[in-house]
Design a protein. Structure first.
Length: 349
């Protein structure tokens, strides 16, 4: 398993990061244990989770994924062998993650409560990479059009320097080693870097954003940030929630699949998406490749990707996705991918 440097941390993380958000709803604890055991056997040393998981977010299952990981750490006694990333929820109307029922935001009190709760569930005294799951300010996120930035500023936004100061306290206390962003913009990333440099606060090391064949928006600004500032991409949704496997083409809804169970795939059902997906699936078959492996391998091949976060609900899916590290994106295949991309540019941002 190839290892890459995570930002400027000095940590060597596996090219494939194990995503965990299905554990606690679609997957049982036993299945989560099986996935973690197999991932480690294949050289994966990087796991990603969040206080909000499992997905879809519900009060009844919030924190279930972290609890499963914590139980695995206790059973395997290998916490020091895993680079663990988790996330604190950004601003939202979800009030059930906080003890007082307040809607989530990135205030000092809420981040502190979130971290302490995550540490308890994970049965550890530190998190290697603690990420802000999404910004405290209005931005376009998760592909939704109803929360696109329209020139408004929330009057009670928590200033970026205050958020960093809170995280600085965790770093100094040894509860967090490094910090990162998620679902962030170019402006936001550079502003965090500016505040950290001018105020001598912790530097963000990564941005966890969606990146896949039908959403390459990271290339439009943030890829240069990675190159020049060493804030690497932790790519999530390399399979576009499974849509790039082709299993949902022509309206298909396979039993047990996420969109079948939860009807939450609207981000990848936008106009033009199905046509683009169909062309990528056909291209993979033309080259004798599994469509899922081609899609994941494409993300693996990008120099600005520091780790590629895969998620699976079956062991067969997990093994297929991890095996993508053995798939080469040849110059000829990349040219064909780019030709499709030029005609069907980012239908699912």
């Amino acid at each position: 398993m190839e290892k890459r440097k995570l930002g400027r941390t000095g940590l060597d993380v596996s090219l494939i990061c194990l995503g965990t958000m299905t554990w606690g709803q679609q997957n049982t604890e036993a299945e989560g244990f099986e996935q973690m055991d197999y991932a480690v056997s294949r050289g994966i040393n990087f796991f990603d989770t969040a206080e909000m998981y499992s997905i879809p977010p519900r009060p009844e299952t919030q924190g279930s994924t972290e609890r499963i990981i914590g139980n695995w750490f206790k059973a395997r006694k290998n916490r020091d062998q895993i680079i663990l990333a988790s996330k604190v929820a950004g601003r939202s109307d979800m009030g059930w993650m906080r003890q007082d029922g307040a809607p989530s935001q990135l205030s000092k009190a809420q981040i502190t409560e979130a971290l302490e709760s995550s540490l308890k569930r994970l049965q550890t005294d530190y998190i290697d990479l603690y990420q802000l799951h999404w910004p405290d300010r209005p931005t376009s996120r998760f592909g939704a059009h109803d929360n696109t930035f329209r020139g408004t500023i929330e009057p009670d936004e928590n200033p970026i320097h205050e958020i960093l100061a809170t995280l600085d306290g965790f770093v100094k206390a040894g509860k967090v080693r490094f910090i990162g962003l998620s679902n962030e913009t170019s402006w936001g990333t550079m502003r965090f870097l500016h505040e950290s440099e001018t105020r001598r606060l912790p530097r963000v090391q990564s941005v966890q954003n969606a990146y896949n064949l039908i959403n390459r928006t990271y290339e439009q600004g943030l890829a240069e940030v990675t190159l020049r500032e060493d804030v690497g991409l932790l790519a999530y949704s390399p399979l576009a929630q499974g849509y790039l496997t082709g299993k949902y083409l022509n309206g298909a809804r396979p039993a047990g699949a996420r969109s079948t169970l939860f009807n939450r795939g609207q981000r990848y059902e936008k106009p033009g998406a199905e046509e683009a997906i169909g062309k990528y699936v056909a291209l993979a078959k033309e080259f004798g490749l599994d469509p899922a492996q081609m899609a994941v391998a494409f993300v693996n091949s990008r120099p600005f990707v520091h780790s590629n976060i895969i998620g699976a609900t079956t062991m067969e899916q997990l093994k297929t996705d991890i095996a993508s590290v053995d798939v080469e994106i040849s110059p000829e295949l990349e040219a064909r991918i780019d030709a499709i991309h030029q005609l069907h540019t980012n239908p699912c941002p």
